[in-house]
Write a protein that binds this ligand. Structure first.
Ligand SMILES: NC(=O)C1=CN([C@@H]2O[C@H](COP(=O)(O)OP(=O)(O)OC[C@H]3O[C@@H](n4cnc5c(N)ncnc54)[C@H](O)[C@@H]3O)[C@@H](O)[C@H]2O)C=CC1
Ligand SMILES: CC(C)CC(=O)C(=O)O
Length: 363
């Protein structure tokens, strides 16, 4: 499918290619939908094999942010960016500053933050060139690293999913298998450990595995073994597309609840796990804690207010299950309905009422 055909199919607004010879920057910014507000979503730095892989990733991730932000009740649209490169080798001040200038050129239509491969230090460099960056160091009045807050939201959502599956949200004594113990999942493991859950972990990074084993008494298993271990909850916290034809037959868990974006390889995999009776907490609903936290900066950051909103992920997950039951659909479809209904109702009200001059983000 051509890029324009794909953009038309899912109604994307804008795809921006950014190139800077001096720093070696090759980045793509995607703005999916700004009905609810400016597009907000993190920047992923990843050694994509080719341009096509990067384009597909940024398109999928940006659309996911539209749904995430809408389902979380934020007045924020969806966007995302990717930088093609190895975060362990290709980072430099020039590269992030060049990227920051491209963001500034979009004049607020896209606001960035951290994602896989980028850090608070990188956001600080971007901040030298643009106002449209969040998750910057707290010294600038910003919210800092979003990962611990994302983890708290995932923990809350996991409890809601457990309540649905087992009639109790108590996680003490439950076995949770965590795939990928990076920034988010390390903090998630801390909450789970504190509540008395038993942890099984894996990661391609041995240091991260050892940290979870030493700090939380987690049991380590191989990267392919994690799908088939005996557990109550499977928590994908690495990259996307892990719920697929190969992994579904291996799963022993009754609940899937994790931080990773785009967990279902294809929609049909969401249908399949639904038919098997698995309780799936839709990825973009359960992992919205980070974006809720950074979006709070747009009103002048208040951590207490942000965390209160992150708590509501528990209710949002239960609401998704209610819609799924009401409409007789899998939970991933119910989440889409929840997000789409909100976007449609806001779009309609903006057509109906005159603007009061304060709302500047209407289409
Ligand atoms: N950081 C945040 O606030 C948010 C993150 N997410 C999503 O959550 C996921 C994790 O994000 P972070 O913790 O920030 O990233 P991270 O890069 O710190 O952690 C990911 C971990 O997964 C490991 N990993 C990668 N491939 C693996 C594989 N095949 N098997 C096992 N482990 C593997 C990596 O070595 C790393 O330790 C990502 O999908 C991200 O998009 C979603 C919302 C917000
Ligand atoms: C600010 C980030 C934590 C938002 C984002 O990109 C995401 O939720 O995937």
């Amino acid at each position: 499918m051509s890029i324009f055909d794909y953009m038309q199919k899912y109604d994307y607004e804008q795809l921006v290619f950014c190139q800077d010879q001096n720093s070696g920057l090759k980045a793509i910014i995607c703005i999916h939908d700004t009905t609810l507000g400016p597009a907000l979503g993190g920047t992923r730095m990843w050694p994509y094999k080719n341009e096509e892989e990067a384009i597909v990733d940024v398109l999928r991730l940006a659309r996911g942010m539209t749904y995430k932000n809408a389902a979380a009740g934020l007045n924020i649209g969806g966007g995302k960016a990717v930088i093609i490169g190895d975060p362990r080798q290709h980072k430099s001040e020039e590269l992030f500053r060049a990227f920051g200038r491209y963001i500034q050129g979009l004049n607020g239509r896209y606001i960035t933050a951290e994602d896989v491969g980028t850090s608070v230090a990188d956001m600080d460099l971007i901040h030298l060139e643009t106002d449209y960056v969040t998750g910057v160091s707290p010294a600038f009045g910003s919210s800092g690293n979003p990962s611990p807050v994302t983890a708290y939201g995932v923990y809350r959502g996991m409890k809601a999913a457990a309540k649905r599956a087992y009639g109790s949200d108590e996680l003490s004594g439950r076995v949770v298998a965590v795939q990928g113990v990076g920034n988010v999942a390390y903090n998630l493991c801390r909450h789970l450990h504190e509540e008395g859950a038993h942890l099984i972990v894996t990661d391609i990074n041995e240091e991260n595995v050892n940290r979870a084993v030493n700090d939380f008494g987690a049991k380590a298993v191989g990267v392919n073994e994690i799908f088939s271990v005996e557990c109550d909850i499977f928590s994908p916290c690495a990259l996307g597309a892990v719920i697929n034809d190969d992994t579904i037959p291996l799963l022993k868990a009754k609940v899937i609840a994790g931080a990773a974006n785009n967990q279902l390889k294809e929609e049909r995999h969401g249908d399949q796990i639904h038919e098997m009776g698995l309780i799936y907490a839709p990825d973009y609903v359960i992992n919205a804690g980070g974006v809720i936290n950074v979006a709070d900066e747009l009103q002048g950051y208040n951590r207490e207010r942000a965390l209160k909103k992150v708590e509501t992920i528990y209710d949002n997950i239960l609401r998704v299950f209610e819609i799924a039951e009401r409409d007789g659909v899998p939970s991933y479809k119910a989440a889409d309905r929840m997000a789409e209904e909100r976007i449609a109702s806001v779009a309609k009200s903006r057509n109906t009422f005159l603007q009061n001059g304060k709302t500047v983000y209407h289409r």
